[in-house]
Write a protein that binds this ligand. Structure first.
Ligand SMILES: O=P(O)(O)OC[C@@]1(O)O[C@H](CO)[C@@H](O)[C@@H]1O
Length: 326
C-alpha cells in the first residue's frame, strides 16, 4: 500500500480565461472543480495507474466534506482527520490563448495540537500496512515547519520508504531527516541549495548538494523532463537525465504530481531507474493534456514512454570537478 499525506488539502478550481489580463473583468469559458492538494493529486494518479493507495491528511468544514466526497466518488481510499476550521480552495486560471497559468492558493485552515496528534496516530496506524509514504504540499497554519522531518523519522523507524515533495523551510528541515527521495522542481531546488541554476552542470551539482543535505535520492523536475541522482542496484549512486519534447499544454497544474505518481507506480512494480524515470516523465507530460489539476490518461501515458529519452550520465565529462556525495 502507498500512503499519500496532504496536510493542506484543497478543492482545486480551474478556470479557462482567454486573454487573461490583470485588472480586467473576465468570463471563464470553461471551469472544473476537484479534490486537490499535491498528495491528493498523487493519490488520484496512482489510483488511475492501478496502484494500491490511501489518501490521508486534514479535511475541515464543508470544503473538507467535498474533498472526501470527490475522493470517494473516484473510488480513492481515504482516511482524513476532520478538523474544526475550513479546508482551502485553490484557484488556477489557465489562459488558452497563451498557455500561461496563474495560481492563487489560499493559506489553509489552522490545525490545533490535538488535531495534529490525532493525525500522527492515524498515520502511524496506516503505516503498519504500507511500504511507501508520500508527503506532499504546503503545511496548514498551526503546524511547525519541522513536521515533515518528524514524520519522515517516525516512518523510517517502521521501515516505510518516505518521499517528500515540499518547498521552503518544511523541505529544508525535512531533507535533514534523510527521506528516501525528494522531488523538487527547479525553483524549489534552487531555493533549497541556495543558488540559481544557469546550466545543466548547475542542476547536476545541485543533486549532489541535496544528497549532501541529507536526502538519499533526489529528482529535480524540469519542463522537458528531469535530472536525478538515484541509488542503483548495487547501492551506488547513479546520475540520470530524462527528456521529452514538451507537448503543447492544456493545463500544466499538477503535472509534477502526475510525474511523481508515475515514478512511484513504476517503483512499486519493481522497475529499474531508467523505466521509472521514463514512465514518470510520460505521466507528467500526459497530464498537461487535460484541463484540471492532476488528471491523467494512463493508456496515453504508456504510449508516450517510447518518446522519452533516458540517459545514464557518466562520472566523466558532465560531472568533472564535482565530488562524490558521502
Ligand atoms: O499550496 P501547495 O500545497 O504547495 O500546492 C497546492 C496546489 O496548488 O498544488 C497542486 C498542484 O500541484 C494543486 O492541486 C494544489 O491546490
Amino acid at each position: 500500500m502507498i500512503i499519500t499525506v496532504t496536510l493542506n488539502a484543497a478543492i482545486d478550481r480551474t478556470l479557462a480565461v482567454p486573454s487573461f489580463t490583470l485588472g480586467r473583468r473576465h468570463r471563464a469559458v470553461e471551469q472544473t472543480t476537484m479534490a486537490g492538494g499535491k498528495g491528493v493529486n498523487v493519490a488520484r494518479a496512482l489510483k488511475l495507474l492501478g496502484q494500491p493507495v490511501i489518501a490521508t491528511g486534514f479535511a475541515g468544514g464543508a470544503t473538507g466534506t467535498r474533498i472526501i466526497e470527490h475522493l470517494t466518488e473516484q473510488s480513492i481510499l481515504n482516511d482524513f482527520v476532520r478538523i474544526r476550521e475550513e479546508s482551502r480552495t485553490s484557484t488556477a486560471v489557465v489562459d488558452p490563448t497563451t498557455g500561461q497559468q496563474t495560481e492563487i492558493n489560499e493559506r489553509g485552515p489552522r490545525v490545533s495540537e490535538q488535531e495534529l496528534e490525532l493525525f500522527v496516530d492515524k498515520l502511524l496506524y496506516l503505516a503498519k500496512g504500507a511500504e511507501l509514504c508520500v508527503f506532499a504540499g504546503s503545511l496548514p497554519r498551526g503546524i511547525s515547519d519541522d513536521l515533515y522531518a518528524r514524520l519522515v523519522g517516525e516512518l523510517q523507524t517502521l521501515g516505510v520508504m518516505t518521499v517528500l515533495d515540499a518547498e521552503g523551510e518544511p523541505l529544508r528541515l525535512g531533507v535533514r531527516a534523510q527521506p528516501d527521495l525528494v522531488t523538487p522542481n527547479e525553483p524549489e531546488a534552487e531555493e533549497l541549495v541556495g543558488h540559481e541554476f544557469v546550466d545543466e552542470a548547475d542542476r547536476l551539482r545541485a543533486l549532489r548538494e541535496i544528497l549532501a543535505l541529507g536526502a538519499r535520492q533526489a529528482i529535480i523536475t524540469l519542463p522537458d523532463g528531469c535530472v536525478a541522482l538515484l541509488e542503483g542496484a548495487g547501492g551506488q549512486r547513479e546520475l540520470w537525465r530524462a527528456t521529452l519534447e514538451p507537448l503543447e499544454p492544456v493545463s500544466a497544474v499538477g503535472s509534477g504530481d502526475a510525474f511523481l505518481a508515475g515514478y512511484l507506480a513504476a517503483l512499486y512494480q519493481g522497475e529499474g531507474p531508467a523505466e521509472r524515470l521514463a514512465f514518470a516523465v510520460a505521466c507528467g507530460a500526459e497530464s498537461t493534456q487535460h484541463f484540471g489539476a492532476g488528471t491523467l490518461d494512463p493508456k496515453a501515458a504508456r504510449r508516450l514512454v517510447g518518446a522519452v529519452s533516458v540517459e545514464r550520465l557518466e562520472h566523466g565529462a558532465p560531472l568533472a570537478g564535482l565530488t562524490e556525495p558521502q
